[in-house]
Design a binder for this molecule. Structure first.
Ligand SMILES: [Zn+2]
Length: 380
């Protein structure tokens, strides 16, 4: 029966499986071209992978005339991935099949300030709940992963010097999650996950900057179609110093970081001081939509500051697109003032074909990205 097969699959079979999983090939002919193996040898191995329940062949692929090729993809019954995206006050959790399709996504309240042990153990229990309620019988869990709203060392899966996450510094998140599930574990910065998920919706764009504007500010960078992690903190623009008339000390201890002016947390704290009660970034968006001038002015200023930081990066990296996601992103003045700053200050050659737009993948972008990166880990 399907689902009992060992992963990863080694050798040429494994190479073919990874080409299908990554979306590079969906027919035997494409597999032969990309792998350099003879067509007969590809066919034999594909039959074996279908026989062992890891691949399925279905429907019609893109026809180039003549007989229609059938389409290969990972079998939905070959396994499940449990993924989460942790926020300050809630967690978004999902079960995906190995083709990256969500079976179920739900949001649960979760206070990240309760500390890493309680948060991660709660996440593991929530994964178990989802599996027993929605996991098809006989389909094994193949990996677990989570996004963290702070910097993550990719080598160790530890959180390093995060803002507004008391008790999390240097905590071995991957180890703690791995203690609940003896499976491949992915722990990744949330903006990186959002970028990896968004990249699936921008197949023609090689270089993307994906901004996450929520309680904090993050940015994930896609270069040549792949996530650029650097040493783990690539894309972290939250502590770039910005120009300002006043002076605000950031949670990192320095003055005038972008995050201290333009993050959802910063906007909420100013509004609360002004006697306008807000609890979540979505409340700020609602105030803007209701035409509350204090909120609109703050969001517009945040967009200008973010745009000024992005200006430097756009000139430097020349991305094909800047994608703005996160819970503040529906506030129209945010993206409008990011656009204004970038188009005004960047080199004409850098902005000629630059697209600046809101997310195409929507609120599940980080979960989809977690699925895609975790699948790499499962098959690697
Ligand atoms: Zn700072």
């Amino acid at each position: 029966m399907p689902g009992k097969e060992r992963l990863p699959v080694r050798g040429a079979q494994g190479d073919l499986l990874r080409l299908v999983a990554a979306g590079h090939a969906e027919s035997r002919a494409e597999l032969a071209r990309l792998s350099g193996l003879a067509a007969s040898s590809v066919s034999l191995r594909v039959e074996e992978l279908i026989g062992s329940g890891l691949l399925v062949e279905e429907g019609a692929g893109t026809s180039r005339g003549g007989r229609r090729p059938r389409r290969l993809r990972l079998s939905p019954s070959a396994g499940l991935l449990a993924v989460a995206d942790l926020g300050a006050h809630h967690a978004r959790l999902g079960l995906l099949d190995l083709s990256g399709t969500p079976l179920v996504v739900e949001e649960r309240p979760c206070e990240i300030a309760d500390g890493p042990e309680a948060t991660i153990d709660g996440m593991a229990a929530a994964f178990e709940d989802l599996l027993s309620a929605h996991g098809p019988p006989g389909v094994p869990l193949r990996g677990v992963g989570t996004g963290i709203p702070g910097p993550v060392d990719p080598a160790t899966g530890r959180v390093i010097a995060p803002s507004r996450m008391p008790g999390w510094n240097n905590f071995p998140v991957a180890e703690r999650l791995g203690a609940h599930f003896d499976l491949p574990v992915l722990v990744e910065n949330d903006a990186n996950l959002m970028a990896a998920g968004e990249a699936r919706s921008w197949p023609k764009s090689e270089t993307l900057m994906v901004l996450k504007a929520g309680s904090g500010i993050g940015c994930g960078v896609i270069v040549n179609g792949a996530l650029h992690r650097g040493r783990g903190a690539a894309g972290d623009i939250s502590h770039v110093r910005v120009r300002s008339d006043s002076s605000v000390t950031c949670s990192c201890g320095h003055d005038d970081c972008l995050e201290a002016y333009a993050s959802g947390a910063a906007l909420m704290s100013v509004l609360n001081e002004q006697g306008i009660p807000v609890r979540r970034p979505a409340d700020v968006v609602a105030l803007v939509e209701d035409g509350v001038p204090e909120a609109t002015a703050l969001v517009r200023n945040a967009g200008r500051l973010i745009g000024e930081v992005l200006t430097v990066l756009v000139n430097f990296i020349n991305p094909d697109a800047i994608v703005v996601g996160g819970s503040l992103s529906p506030a129209e003045p945010l993206i409008a003032s990011i656009r204004a700053a970038v188009y005004e200050r960047c080199l004409p050659l850098a902005t000629r074909d630059l697209e600046i737009s809101t997310s195409r993948s929507g609120p599940d972008a980080a979960l989809l990205g977690a699925g895609s990166l975790l699948l790499d880990a499962v098959l690697a």
